[in-house]
Design a protein around this ligand. Sequence first.
Ligand SMILES: Cc1cc2nc3c(=O)[nH]c(=O)nc-3n(C[C@H](O)[C@H](O)[C@H](O)COP(=O)(O)OP(=O)(O)OC[C@H]3O[C@@H](n4cnc5c(N)ncnc54)[C@H](O)[C@@H]3O)c2cc1C
Length: 690
Amino acid sequence: MRVVIVGGGFGAVQFAKTLRRKLPASECEILLFNRENHMVFHPLLADVAGASINADAAAAPLRQMLPGVGCRTERVQRIDLHASEIEFDDGNGALTRLPYDHIVIACGAESNLGIIPGMTEHAFPFKVMRDAIDLRQHVVRQMEQAEACSDPDRRRWFLNFIIVGAGFSGVEVAGEINELVRSSTRFYRNFRKEDVVVTLVHSQDQILPEVAPKLREFARKKMEKAGITILLNTRAVAATHKGIELNNGRMLAGATIVCTIGTAIAPLVQNLDVPKERGRIRTAPEMRIEGQTNAWAVGDCALIVNTFDNKPSPPTGQFAERQGRQAALNLVRILKGEPTQPFRFKALGQLCSIGGYQAVAEMLGVHISGFLAWFLWRGVYLFKLPTWSRRIKVALDWAWDVLFPRDLSFLSTDSTQNVTHAYYLPGDYIHRQGELARTFSIIEEGEVEALKMTRQNPEPQIVAVLSKGDFFGESTLMGDHPHETTVRARTVVRLTQIGSGLFSQLAGASAPLRDLLSRTLSRRSGDFWRRLPLAKSLLSDEPLASLLDPLPAKTLSKDTTFADAVAALNESPAGGLLFLDEKQCLWGTLDRNDLYDMIARIAVIPIESRGDITQRKVSELLLTNPLYVSLDDSAVAATATMLDHGISWLPVIHSKDDLRPVGYLRGERIGNRIIQKIAHTEADHAKVAS
Ligand SMILES: Cc1cc2nc3c(=O)[nH]c(=O)nc-3n(C[C@H](O)[C@H](O)[C@H](O)COP(=O)(O)OP(=O)(O)OC[C@H]3O[C@@H](n4cnc5c(N)ncnc54)[C@H](O)[C@@H]3O)c2cc1C
């Protein structure tokens, strides 16, 4: 008989151990598939992030923990419950199918930062070992940056640490970061303990909602005394490179954001066609999946009712372990033809460390807080660790931590070789004129404006608008000089940013990319204005409204059919069309290039599902995010935007808050206006001369 276990956390390991003890290898082959070759002991992740233990002490190698169990690191891609087979990548690019007699799904849950805009780009998740290691490196790097920084505001920013969510993991990680940074200030000269700010942001009116009110209160007071600022009834609504925006409109600045809220269902579970509740697999009380005879689910991915209190089990390691053990015993009972037992477990208690050798504990109904609770916390977790070698390793690390300062070494990674993502709110500066270039940025979503100051005109002027698919930063990186313009977000903006080192390698290795960049450079408005400075000065006092072509008498909606849009494009004097949404706001634009893109997109739709393309709505085929300027932009900025994009027409809207179009600009009209003005200027000169 073959039993396949998917996952290698608390539930899976306990299932495998119990089953191996009960059934000899000759009777049953047990195969455990876990993406990592180790089990992560989550309760110790905060200690890893706070540098009080080393990462390897909180990760136990599965094959050493589970003798007699086949441990595999392939990711299971699919489970075919009808055929009783799993599908996984064999490492050579092919999918392998493997039959089983029983399967146990214990693949946990994943973190999901996508619930708050900008978190994915700017916050650290706190779920897997890599998160804790990266966070530790980052925290130490912030101290080094603060030490080197001469600007007091920026130094404060490096020393501001924000933790979102005050459940167990948020409280533990806030306590650990606070302890690490404050206890390390004595090794730095440029900042003191008082400069460090650790803020815990929580949407409810109490931290640690799972523990007794008295202990919660104790934890809050102790943490505040240790210097942690706790913001209750406060929600993070967005994260940017500057910090987080709160629901009360306040901006909380900080170079470090840790997001401990937000979970997502594991993709394997998402794709499984079984009864689910809030994404978790529903099981019978014995833990077989509802409607299945040989498929089981335990741990965070499963919704298992605890018959002790008839409530769904909470997603904790304590419960996952018990479920794993009892599910294995139930499988043995089934094999022996005995009746199964429903899941029943009385939780032993709660333990939470709050930093500074303090903790709160609720054990078998007894409440303990302070140093004694902290000692208990450490003792309990030490003995919960899966192997004796781990226990000794962690005990030595903890003893070291009590006697000696925390380890401040970090492996520096070359940030110039990275690809990262960034999220900006309207008005945020992406870089400023005169700063050194670090990244090449590609706009994934939104619109930015480039502003320029000159000695003659110290007030920044908008010189171009860039939108989705555009890029910037290349001229500075290729020319190795500081930024010539400031770039600011006009709307919410998402960027992909390529570090300067990686960008140079890419541009060096790829001739077509180099070619595209140099063509963009020469097309960009800076070059045009340099060649024709008079045109810029003539346009600078020209109101944008005087250059507008009126909107066509009949405007098109985004529900216009493809056939009607093509016919209208043929008739359009501008060579482009505007489409409006229900509120009469600009929804999209279409010119010849967009038409080619649409045709390319149609070509990849399978013939059988294409239907009558001519009758498909434009909104189904056209990508939105149109480029436009508003009436409050200058004629120079609008012209530069057209030059930068190599386009001959551009829609104009009322304002950034009112997206109703008022007309459009055409290159020919702008050119005519410049020529008229030059002619006037020359005539005036001639008059003066005569
Ligand atoms: C920071 C933190 C602190 C915590 N502290 C506590 C605490 O103090 N006490 C407590 O009781 N609980 C705590 N928890 C919760 C506890 O860790 C979880 O409830 C527990 O880990 C759930 O166990 P599990 O077996 O369901 O899954 P997990 O432990 O999450 O393990 C799932 C495993 O499945 C693997 N996997 C997923 N998909 C696939 C696939 N397709 N193929 C192969 N492998 C796959 C994953 O890589 C992972 O290793 C904490 C959690 C966190 C994040």
